[in-house]
Design a protein around this ligand. Structure first.
Ligand SMILES: Cc1cc2ncn([C@H]3O[C@H](COP(=O)(O)O)[C@@H](O)[C@H]3O)c2cc1C
Ligand SMILES: O=C(O)c1cccnc1
Length: 347
């Protein structure tokens, strides 16, 4: 897929009639009706996404972690040095980050996209480089990306998702890495939900009250600079990050292939808002893995109409909350595929 219009056009709405078939099938299984609660709703969504009932088994889930750096880091919105982005990407490659530990525990493969890191890491088989730019510009004072740069990042994410699906992935979880990225996330969430920067800006990695006030001002200034334009692509380019754009592309490409897209914390929710603004039909393909502590995550999920599977008070990112929800999604598909019918009992 080498242009954005083609990518957006390739996404079709999910088909509710397969969800209805799933509900009927659940009613006939050897258990009281509705007794598996939201597992049943999830299974119905999986059927509607795949357009088949029962839905395919979730045998080969994958995580894509998109990493980027941010010009707005210069405003002092994160207590951490920018180099941590590169160091954490190296840690993903070495299999030593939290995301790796959880992915290994849950049997999920991990791929990393350097969507635009200031100091690119050394080549490694699990990293792909988008090779667009080494981080965004400072969104408080100028557009973070041009529309062309943003489009290139979306397509780089889409291409990696396509590759993962071509090599067997049947569910794609989104993960992020990028010091200072909760600032563009707050800006995107404010822009796409209409909520105030005050309400959707949070403490990220854990900033003090004074830095939080500064961060809210930076987000408000970015929105004021950008103005009223809510064109999805121009908004994403102006106040977003390269990893947000790449993850929006991952979501679009997976949806186009009828593969479920699993969201993590605030940064992936911001990317999902952009993807849904670019292409509303992506929405039915999204599953919210968890509710991040970050306030913008809840605002974004409410706007998308998504109820998260888990609430473990996580605020890390990297895809950790999405990964933890994978066994539940796998189980939802397995129940609908494998459980005996009431009429089969004793046979
Ligand atoms: C060591 C370390 C590992 C991380 N893994 C994810 N994040 C998370 O924190 C960053 C965003 O928070 P803020 O906007 O406050 O900088 C992102 O990289 C996010 O994925 C990390 C942050 C650190 C420091
Ligand atoms: O919601 C998240 O995933 C998150 C929160 C704080 C910092 N980084 C990520």
């Amino acid at each position: 897929m080498n242009d954005l219009a083609t990518l957006v056009e390739a996404v079709e709405p999910i088909e509710d009639r397969f969800a209805l078939m799933a509900v009927q099938r659940h009613h006939g299984l050897a258990k009281p009706q509705g007794s598996l609660g939201r597992l049943e709703t999830l299974a119905a969504q999986l059927a509607a996404i795949a357009r088949v009932c029962p839905p395919p088994a979730v045998d080969n889930p994958g995580l894509i972690i998109a990493a980027g750096d941010h010009g707005v880091h210069a405003q002092g919105v994160s207590p951490w040095p920018q180099e941590i982005t590169t160091l954490m990407v190296e840690s993903f490659c070495a299999g030593r980050a939290s995301a790796n530990a959880i992915a290994a525990a849950c049997g999920i493969r991990v791929a990393v996209l350097d969507a635009g890191i200031a100091k690119p890491p050394a080549d490694h088989p699990v990293i792909r480089s988008a090779a667009i730019m080494n981080g965004t510009r400072d969104l408080r004072i100028e557009p973070a990306m041009t529309v062309d740069e943003c489009t290139a990042a979306i397509l780089a994410g889409a291409s990696l998702a396509d590759h993962m699906i071509d090599t067997g992935a049947d569910l794609i979880a989104l993960g992020d890495m990028g010091i200072a990225n909760t600032t563009p996330s707050a800006a995107l969430i404010a822009a796409f939900t209409g909520q105030s920067p005050e309400l959707v800006t949070g403490r990220g990695t854990g900033i003090d009250d004074r830095t939080l006030d500064l961060k809210k001002t930076v987000v408000a200034d970015a929105l004021a600079r950008h103005g009223e334009d809510r064109d999805p692509l121009r908004t994403l380019a102006s106040i977003g990050g390269l990893e947000h754009a790449a993850l929006a592309g991952v979501a679009l490409a997976a949806a186009a292939r009828r593969v479920p897209v699993l969201l993590d914390g605030v940064n992936t929710v911001a990317a999902a808002l952009a993807a849904a603004a670019l292409c509303p039909d992506v929405l039915g393909h999204l599953i919210a893995g968890h509710r991040s502590v970050e306030p913008g995550a809840s605002a974004g999920l409410a706007h998308l109409g998504l109820e998260p599977i888990l609430d473990l008070e996580l605020r890390l990112g990297e895809g950790t909350g999405a990964l933890l929800a994978v066994p539940i999604i796998r189980s939802a598909a397995a129940v609908l595929r494998e459980v005996a019918g009431l009429d089969e009992l004793g046979t």
